[in-house]
Design a binder for this molecule. Structure first.
Ligand code: GLU
Length: 372
């Protein structure tokens, strides 16, 4: 089977601390240079690349002269703050050498769980991609605590894949991929080339914890693949030092373990909209907007909205109804119900003067809208 990465247009690549810092020896210029060269080449092919990089705490420990990972949270956070500087500096330098712009994005769990912040993070990342800038993402370790942290960057990579609607997630690690058992202990252990993401048998196979440097083990990677599959992204787990690993995966070569998403991307997103969120309100639209949204696949603009029902906030899922009252679509509102009432029937160019600010020109962007 060809790698699922070959068909992917938007790809999230996650690299772990031990690769990034060469087992804790310090930010590995050569490794980051190598990935940057590949990211640039794939971006030049028209693919949209997002990097999720660990290594802040490991690099911070090195810079502070600490030989073992501190137990105290505030010390880990201090190390992350110190190390993140070195980390992004290296990505910035190496990507710039390839003629590609980069941006630092630090996220917390709260940014992804709260729907308004989720939409903001999503808009920003999609804007960066449209500007052909490669976002380099890490958890905002300095401000999180145990209750609110994502905790490991495998999970963060999957959440980012969900956030940007990625087609594929590539998790680069210090192992070749997933085995049916621990190959160091079990001579019968067999390499898994391909499986279905979310298959419970994989969780039993992955077992155990990760390296002493990073947070995640194979289990967090298998669970991340399941999460990424929730929005239709397939995952590949591969060895980060494999030469040209990203280019070869994109060319279709099977490297590492491919965990294939069972549901196609659109269906997964639609399912999520239809099943998982309660609707807080609705808008009725005119016949022109029905044609645009239903037949032409366009976004819903405020000008087509004739009535706003209910009480919803930015980021809530709302229904879109035809003039006859039939539900034709659902989507994430870019404006609250109060704001929507003020801008309905008005051209988007007036949003700023009506509200004093403008988030987006659409009430519901096409990417956040599904026909029902
Ligand atoms: N965010 C942490 C760091 O950059 C890494 C978490 C992980 O190892 O998964 O140091």
């Amino acid at each position: 089977m060809a790698s699922p990465v070959s068909q992917a247009r938007r790809i999230v690549v996650k690299v772990g601390s031990s690769l990034v810092t060469n087992e804790g020896r310090g930010v590995d210029a050569e490794a980051i240079g190598n990935w940057s060269r590949q990211l640039a080449a794939l971006a030049a092919e028209g693919r949209e690349m997002v990097m999720v990089s660990s290594g802040a705490i490991a690099e911070g420990m090195k810079r502070l002269g600490w030989t073992s990972r501190p137990k105290e949270l505030h010390e880990q956070q201090a190390a992350a703050a110190v190390g993140q500087m070195g980390l992004v500096q290296m990505y910035e330098t190496k990507l710039r050498e390839q003629g590609v712009g980069s941006a630092q994005v630090l996220l917390t769990h709260g940014d992804l769980a709260d729907r308004e912040r989720y939409l903001n993070a999503r808009s920003t990342l999609l804007t960066l991609l449209s500007l052909k800038v490669i976002p380099v993402i890490n958890e905002n370790d300095t401000v999180v605590n145990d209750e609110i942290k994502v905790g490991d960057n495998d999970t963060l990579g999957a959440l980012v894949a969900n956030l940007v609607d990625a087609d594929a997630l590539i998790i680069l690690t210090d192992q070749r991929g997933l085995y049916s058992a621990d190959p160091r202990k079990d001579p019968q252990a067999r390499f898994i080339d391909e499986a279905r993401a979310g298959d419970l048998a994989l969780e039993a196979m992955a077992g155990g914890a990760g390296s002493s440097i990073g947070r995640g083990g194979m289990l967090t990677k298998v669970l991340a693949a399941k999460r990424a599959a929730g929005s239709g992204a397939s995952t590949v787990i591969a060895w980060g030092r494999e030469p040209d690993v990203l280019l070869r995966l994109a060319a279709g070569e099977s490297i590492g373990t491919a965990l294939i998403a069972g549901t196609p991307k659109l269906a997964a997103r639609k399912q999520w909209m239809v099943d998982h969120l309660q609707m807080r309100g609705a808008v009725t639209v005119d016949a022109g907007a029905v044609t645009k949204v239903r037949d032409e696949g366009k976004s819903l603009l405020p000008i087509g909205v004739t009535e706003v029902q209910g009480d919803f906030a930015r980021g809530d899922v709302i229904a879109v109804r035809s003039p006859e009252g039939q539900e034709l679509a659902r989507g994430l509102a870019n404006y609250s119900s109060a704001e929507a009432r003020l801008i309905s029937r008005k051209p988007s160019s007036l949003i700023e003067s009506l509200l004093g600010y403008a988030n987006e020109p659409e009430l519901i962007h096409r990417d956040n809208l599904v026909l029902v």
